[in-house]
Design a protein around this ligand. Structure first.
Ligand code: SAH
Ligand code: SF4
Ligand code: F3S
Length: 467
């Protein structure tokens, strides 16, 4: 920290009776949530504390997502609200970052229509944010820093985690798949894998810090290529190999990952469900559509039958595995027959749950130029029918848990009712149960006594037994 910055902090505390506070607001996926944890870590390192509301924040950071149009719209809506704060308290620093900022037309719009925004930075510039912030606070300098290309992966950045007992661990960044509808390869850059040793080190530190469950993050974890194990001889550590290494780290009890792409889900990964006892019995495997014709136009590079084959093999290896997915309705040119094929796939697979999205054209992606004769009305009708059936299946799948005793990692008490604890089963189902707050962080046997569509309700055994 520079002397000038120390002076600023000192004066701030003298004037306001406390350290300046930051607020991060995150849209989008787990990658963004993890990036916001890094941003929070950097801000803590600068002497900021965490704010509970925008009104008390000295700096507000909005981490944006561009995956669908409504994510863009939410961001612009937020800016409208933050403008009022900036008008009332002009000294509040406003920073915007994340996937939207990797697109020049968005940066241009922010600069033109929201000129009061102080800092714009991209997904490859997070480590440079403290410097930009100091310039904004001390010199009143506005800045835009967006690198089009990702440089080397920066290790060792601090993070302030959202949850005490579970943590996100990035294993790779970027995506090379170029699904024809998707903006992510353009906003996150080419695929880059972290060194296995760096991932192991971070995981071991998390375990020492009390973390029991890790969620490995990457847009396509199957493409993970650890580079320091015989990379020259072509033997770089692959994703199942990495799972094996992390499985050996003491203190970590559960390993999850997302997302894996069906086109390169290997037999090695399927086998890992048998050989890695810490790997949770769950997989999020986005299928997007049940029509092989649409899948080809989406550039997904697998067919409906190949997807079904994968799930059959996964279920053979791990019979209780929970399978969740993403589905897009109304891809340009999706016919009624294509849609019916997706409905058939849903009946065949019976997903534990699914995220459903209406196709949203993204500027710069190939599909945005495809002819799209399907009416909005048809798309919405299909969407509603699909969601209704998926929800029924989710509820049916949840009903199968009734009366079972599941091991649940108690994550913490509910904010609205401190007597209620929330946690997840190995298969990733949310369970709410009555338990004292001190049990947070424990693996508990919970008997499932009630079923909701999206969660389970349970009870601790009378002796409160712990594992
Ligand atoms: N890398 C992940 C997905 C990241 S985006 C994967 O491939 O699994 C999360 C989901 O958003 C995608 O699976 C897809 O279902 C949806 N999505 C992405 N682009 C979209 C678009 N243009 N319109 C609608 N949904 C989209
Ligand atoms: Fe997007 Fe496809 Fe990459 Fe997933 S795999 S991030 S859907 S391009
Ligand atoms: Fe959104 Fe970027 Fe994630 S576009 S879904 S925040 S990678």
């Amino acid at each position: 920290m520079t002397n000038q910055w120390e002076d600023y902090l000192y004066e701030y505390r003298e004037r306001r009776g406390g350290a300046p506070a930051y607020l991060t607001e995150t849209l989008g996926c787990q990658m963004n949530e993890r990036d916001s944890e890094t941003i929070a870590g950097l801000l803590s390192g600068m002497g900021y504390t965490r704010a509970v509301s925008r009104n008390e924040a000295a700096v507000i950071v909005v981490n944006t997502c561009s995956v669908r149009e409504n994510a863009d719209n939410r961001f612009f809506g937020m800016l409208g609200q933050i403008k009022k704060i900036k008008e009332a308290r002009p000294e509040t620093i406003t920073a915007v970052c994340g996937c939207m900022m990797q697109q020049q037309h968005i940066v241009d719009t922010v600069r033109e229509k929201y000129p009061w925004v102080d800092i714009i930075f991209g997904t490859h510039n997070i480590h440079e944010f403290p410097k930009l912030l100091q310039n904004a606070v001390l010199e009143r300098v506005k800045s835009v820093l967006v690198h089009g290309e990702a440089g080397e992966i920066i290790e060792g950045l601090p993070a302030k985690r959202e949850f005490p007992f579970k943590a996100y661990v990035n294993i790779m960044f970027g995506c090379d798949n170029y699904c024809s509808y998707c903006i992510v390869p353009y906003t996150r850059g080419r695929e880059r894998s972290r060194q296995p040793a760096a991932i192991e080190r971070e995981t071991a530190e998390l375990a020492r810090d009390g973390v029991k469950e890790i969620m490995l993050l990457g847009q396509n974890v199957n493409s993970y290529r650890g580079r320091d194990f015989g990379a020259m001889s072509g033997n770089a550590l692959d994703f199942p190999g990495l799972l094996g290494r992390l499985n050996a780290i003491n203190g970590i009890e559960r390993i999850r990952f997302m997302t894996s792409h069906p086109k390169d889900l290997s037999q090695g990964l399927i086998d890992a469900y048998k050989s890695c006892e810490k790997l949770c019995g769950a997989i999020h495997l986005p299928v997007q559509s049940g029509s092989s014709r649409v899948l080809a136009r989406m550039n997904r590079r697998y067919t409906k039958d190949e997807y079904i084959g994968l799930i059959d093999r996964l279920r053979a290896a791990a019979p209780d595995i929970a399978v969740t997915t993403d589905l897009i309705v109304g891809f340009p040119g999706e016919t009624e027959t294509d849609f019916e094929e997706t409905m058939e796939l849903i009946e065949r697979i019976r997903f534990d749950s699914a995220f459903t999205f209406l196709y949203s054209p993204r500027r710069g992606t190939p599909a945005a130029l495809y002819d799209d004769p399907v009416s909005e009305e048809d798309k919405h009708r299909r969407f509603n029918r699909m969601v209704e059936r998926l929800n029924e299946i989710t509820a049916e799948k949840n009903r199968a848990y009734m009366g079972r005793t599941e091991i649940v990692l108690a994550e913490g008490s509910s904010k609205t009712n401190p007597a209620m604890m929330t946690g997840k089963t190995d298969s990733g189902k949310v369970v709410n149960f009555r338990a004292p707050a001190e049990l947070a962080g424990r693996m508990l046997p919970v008997r499932i006594t009630g079923i909701r569509t999206f969660s389970l309700y349970g009870e601790l055994p009378a002796d409160g037994g712990t594992c």
